[in-house]
Design a protein around this ligand. Structure first.
Ligand code: KIV
Length: 277
């Protein structure tokens, strides 16, 4: 499947129709090899703007560009044959106007082959979501903690406790009414996430929002133990690949220094015997 074959086996209406069925499984992916690992097990693979922090060492997602999303989006789409790709709209590519959002969303879809985009924001983005969905751009919304607004939110905090709960519910209702096919709830208290999930007809995909959501998403490098800069409470580590990689690299370094690597079997003889190469 490539940017020239846009019809994929799973499309946003199929995901929307999964409401009330088995939980939707989502992981991020930023490269072809990881997309290939994720593909058989997940319903969707999110090319998140978290790529900036996870793969490029950025301090936040704010520096992620359209070019980065296109490059990683293409790589992920190439690695997926079953799971539906979703591509994040980076900070500054959609907030100014529905027209700006449409231009950039259309470019992301055309140049990567992804059948939809994700953007952050609730009621204040409803007009843009409606503009996009009416023009052939399916939108996954993202409310609660919206990391691109870290500077106005004052940190990566839980959003929706006490006095904030009604506003988060209103955001959820607004993005659904605008035409979003699903909505990510990030760092929303679990009771509120359960009420939103009950209230909406579109699937909710939780990250730090409890088990009642219609699906779950995690950053793949977090759950594999590859991204260790910080560890949010909502991340469960299913593997410690970072520690495994560290041990393997240390062993390689020690063997190179001791001249025990490469061994004879990793080198090429000067004269071929039999069928060796
Ligand atoms: O960028 C990202 O990875 C995300 C998920 C955490 C939902 O938006």
């Amino acid at each position: 499947m490539s940017a020239t074959s846009p019809v994929r086996p799973v499309l946003p209406p199929d995901i929307r129709a999964r409401k009330g069925q088995a939980p939707l499984v989502v992981l991020t992916a930023y490269t072809t090899p990881v997309a290939r690992l994720v593909d058989p097990h997940c319903d969707m693979a999110l090319v998140g703007d978290s790529v900036g922090m996870v793969l490029h060492g950025m301090p936040s997602t704010l520096g992620v560009t359209m070019e980065m999303m296109i490059l990683h989006g293409r790589a992920v789409v190439r690695g997926l044959s079953k799971a539906m790709p979703i591509i994040d709209m980076p900070f500054g590519s959609y907030e100014e106007s529905p027209q700006q959002a449409y231009r950039n969303a259309a470019r992301l879809m055309a140049e990567t082959g992804a059948p939809c985009v994700k953007l952050e924001g609730g009621a204040h983005m409803a007009e843009t979501i409606a503009f996009l969905t009416k023009r052939g751009v399916p939108v996954m919304a993202h409310i609660g903690l919206t990391p691109q607004s870290v500077n106005t939110l004052g940190g990566y905090k839980v959003v929706g406790r006490e006095g904030e709960a009604d506003a988060v519910m209103e955001d959820a209702i607004a993005v659904e009414a605008a035409g979003a096919f699903a909505v990510v709830l990030e760092k929303v208290p679990m009771g509120l996430a359960a009420r939103i999930t009950q209230r909406l007809e579109i699937p909710t995909i939780g990250i730090g929002a409890g088990v009642a959501c219609d699906g779950q998403v995690l950053v793949v490098d977090d759950m594999l133990g590859l991204f260790t800069e910080f560890r949010p409470k909502f991340v469960k580590r299913y593997a410690e690949l970072g520690a495994l990689a560290d041990a393997a690299i240390a062993e390689y370094a020690a063997e190179v220094r001791a001249r025990t690597f490469p061994a004879e079997e990793h080198a090429f003889p000067d004269v071929l015997k039999g069928k060796q190469s």
